[in-house]
Design a protein around this ligand. Sequence first.
Ligand code: A3P
Length: 309
Amino acid sequence: IDMFTNEFRKGYIMVNGFSMPVGYRDFAERIENFEVKDDDIWICSFPKTGTTWTQEMIWNIVNNLNFEGAKVPLAERFPFLEFSALFDYRSLKAAPPEKEFNQSVANSVEFVKDKPSPRFIKCHLPFCLLPRQIRTGEKKPKIIYVARNPKDTCISYYHHCQLLEGYRGNFDDFCRLFLGNKLNYTPYWDHILDFWKQKAHLNILFLKYEYMKADLPAVIKKSAAFLDKTLSEDQVKTLAEHLNFANMKVNPAVNYEHVIARNKKSFNIEGSFIRSGEIGQWKDRMSDSIIQEFNRLTEEKFSDYNLIF
Ligand code: A3P
């Protein structure tokens, strides 16, 4: 379908210093004026930092480990606010009749709006583009922000763009797009920093992918406390098992296998959304000069804020 064969990075736009897909324009006003509810649960992140993993964790904590209910695709349980902006959604008429997927793609903002409370909302928007009611503190939903090491995020984004956005260039060039803020939602550093700086004012739980890898049960407990839930040790163990990489990889409710299957065909490429789940792959993949540039930017942007990856 057309929406998957758009030429890579054709027509991205800069909005408040962030790179956004051109389709964002059509939704900007609706997002700005989106009516937020105090009992909403938002997951905000830069892409590829462990959003899906965090969504599945949070949804299950709030829903008391309802693994039966968790068989519904995550994109319906925990929809993506600005999803429509990422595609040429007008071409969807030609798309196959996959009802929920198409509904959420065609007008994701409407789709999210009509969900019953508590609404679970995923978004990758930078803080400055969140709905006004959140930015001003008029509404105080719970926000979980997840962040990940910049170099690992870049590698994961590279595979994502090959699989989902038709990127055909080489890895070094992709790193330059990342460093040069030419990918959706970049600059990565400012995305993270802007949320980090809001921690004191808003209801934000700040998580890191690396902590989830190191001690998922501890992160589950911390998240549960943030959500005013108490889980028994057994429940924590069961949830951690449900969320482990091997289980998530084969879980059709969270691994986007249907979307991926279609892309594999149109892009003639192999891969999976839940890909490798590792830390430190950059050591084998990135050239010294690219590593240096990542380190320089990280030092420049994060060192004053005690943000360490
Ligand atoms: P990799 O490409 O490095 O494997 P997002 O959901 O924000 O798009 O993030 C995707 C990244 O999270 C991918 O990273 C994916 O493999 C990883 N991921 C998803 N589920 C995971 C899990 N249960 N454990 C570890 N990593 C996971």
